[in-house]
Design a protein around this ligand. Structure first.
Ligand SMILES: Nc1ncnc2c1ncn2[C@@H]1O[C@H](COP(=O)(O)OP(=O)(O)OP(=O)(O)O)[C@@H](O)[C@H]1O
Ligand SMILES: O=P(O)(O)OC[C@H]1O[C@H](OP(=O)(O)OP(=O)(O)O)[C@H](O)[C@@H]1O
Ligand SMILES: O=C(O)c1cccnc1
Ligand SMILES: [Mg+2]
Length: 489
């Protein structure tokens, strides 16, 4: 077996939890597989104790859904699953139903590179209960991870300001796909390039890199190693200077930089990968400037994250202008998962009327919201985000709506009707037909940059950020309370 080939040449339709297929079987058996339902995907808490998340993963969801069909070998495999008594779990007619299933859901989603907040649906799925159910796991798998990493990357972008950010994470990433999709999400979040060659090729992301300690160690002498590197790649020289003694390394880089200059080339810079990055970058900058290399970059790497970059830049005045970030970004070191969920919120009865559904919980923030929802983002006259309103599309909305905090009914906010707004959930699939053109990854990154500029600094800060107002429109809030009271009585 060739794992990588087998993994990527298979249909991904079985990328799901068994219970989705078990429920699908149950719906089919009970005759309501094709009953119309609505589900929404959303998360309840911004990651990293932050004030926002950056939406990512939609292009992968689209790809998954566009190819959603059970291949013959999928059906054959499902036929081999048995129950506790050793009998086939699924009957043959159901498997034939799956074999002939044609994806026909209607899906609205928020575009990648959009800032999103807790409780607002980033995706709305409408159509047969059976199909809505079958896609849950893959959809959450894709969006939870890419949104998490894109958010981390956006935080690194906030810390690094206008400096270059390079993603170096592949060696520490969570497996093969974890590595590739982390690279994608990092780019969406604002990284300039990656060292991951396969991801760069597959996803059209700029690829960059320096060299490793092993290059230096393979020579008897550091100076000889730099000279040899300059010989081989005179226009691609960022010398890693910390193998033995960092500042001595910088001096040797300068010697080689001067001979490059004589030959008409430019030394691009140096990289620091250990020691006190603040002290060493300040001293290295002095040495480089004194030798006339004022344009040479100082790249830093070594367990960096947004807090360290912020401290190095703001508190310590480090002279670093390119940041290589790996482990802490691609593994989302301080928060390993985004808790995005997918909940049923409406289902049609025999008369094809919508019945609204709520999942109750002792924890108020875990009570789901009923309806067929849309997210409306209100903006101030300067373009900055003002507040987001979640509303039920089936209800009339006042032009001066009142937003109510879903977790605290006494907190509310009035929106005046002069505000500009945008509805964030846009059509992606209509009855199974793709009606959305995915933007290039470069335009998604540009969108991120614009969105971050429209978000107030108080929401972007890392410690105790201000909570951006997201409320249920009052008619929806009342609907939710009514559904809850009916369930309790
Ligand atoms: N000025 C600084 N302020 C705060 N943290 C720093 C500063 N300089 C470096 N760091 C961080 O401190 C840690 C230092 O790492 P550590 O003590 O393990 O040694 P090292 O620099 O990696 O050396 P080596 O690779 O030779 O073991 C790294 O996470 C690095 O990012
Ligand atoms: O620190 P990260 O953010 O993950 O960035 C990537 C790291 O990978 C490389 O070395 P590696 O960690 O393999 O070896 P090292 O620990 O000896 O530097 C590189 O020199 C960076 O230190
Ligand atoms: O190109 C680099 O400098 C690099 C690439 C991967 C990991 N660490 C460093
Ligand atoms: Mg390391």
């Amino acid at each position: 077996m060739n794992i990588s080939q087998d993994l990527y040449r298979t249909s991904l339709t079985l990328l799901t939890d068994l219970y989705q297929i078990t429920m699908a079987y149950g719906y089919w058996k009970k005759g309501f597989a094709e009953k119309k339902a609505v589900f929404h995907g959303y998360f309840r808490k911004s990651p990293f104790k932050g004030g926002f998340a950056l939406n990512a993963g939609l292009a992968y969801v689209i790809d998954f859904l566009n190819n959603f069909s059970f291949a013959d070998d999928d059906i054959e495999y499902l036929g081999t699953i048995t129950d506790a008594e050793g009998k086939p779990l699924f009957e043959a007619d159901f498997l034939e139903y799956l074999r002939n299933l044609k994806f026909d859901l209607t899906i609205h989603a928020i575009e990648e590179g959009t800032i999103i907040f807790p409780n607002e649906p980033f995706i709305r799925v409408k159509g047969s209960l059976l199909q809505c159910q079958l896609i849950e796991t893959a959809l959450l798998n894709i969006i939870n991870f890419q949104t998490l990493i894109a958010t981390k990357a956006a935080r690194l972008r906030i810390a690094a300001k206008d400096d270059q950010l390079l993603e170096f994470g592949l060696r520490r990433a969570q497996g093969i796909d974890g590595g590739i999709s982390a690279t994608r999400a990092a780019y969406i979040g604002g990284f300039n390039a990656t060292s991951n060659v396969l991801a760069a090729k597959l996803l059209d992301i700029p690829v960059k890199g320096t060299h490793a300690h092993s290059w230096i160690m393979s020579y008897d002498d550091e100076l000889q190693a730099f000279k040899a590197y300059a010989d081989v790649m005179p226009s691609n020289c960022i010398f890693l200077v910390d193998t033995y003694n960092t500042l001595e390394g910088v001096k040797k880089a300068i010697i080689v930089g001067n001979s490059l200059k004589e030959k008409g080339y430019t030394m691009n810079g140096i990289r620091l990968d250990s020691g006190d990055l603040s002290y060493l970058s300040i001293e290295a900058r002095k040495l480089l400037d004194a030798a006339g290399f004022t344009q040479a970059s100082i790249v830093a790497s070594n367990d960096l994250d947004e807090y360290l970059i912020n401290s190095l830049k703001i508190e310590q005045n480090a002279k670093i202008n390119v940041w290589g970030v790996g482990t802490k970004l691609v593994t989302s070191y301080d928060q390993p998962a985004l808790g995005g969920v997918y909940k049923l919120s409406a289902i049609q009865n025999e008369k094809e009327e919508w019945q609204y559904k709520v999942k109750l919980s002792e924890q108020i923030n875990k009570i789901s919201t009923p309806g067929i929802l849309q997210v409306r983002r209100f903006k101030n006259s300067n373009g900055k985000f003002n507040a987001d309103m979640i509303f039920n599309q089936e209800d009339e909305i006042s032009s001066n709506p009142i937003l109510i905090d879903p977790n605290n009914g006494i907190r509310s906010k009035k929106i005046d009707k002069s505000k500009n707004y945008e509805d964030l959930l846009i059509p992606i699939f209509e009855n199974g037909k793709l009606v959305y053109n995915s933007p290039s990854i470069h335009s998604i990154q540009l969108k991120t940059v614009k969105e971050l500029s429209q978000l107030d600094d108080s929401i972007k800060r890392f410690y105790h950020p201000h909570e951006y107002p997201v409320g249920l429109e009052s008619t929806l809030y009342n609907l939710k309370m009514n559904v809850i009271h009916q369930l309790k009585s």
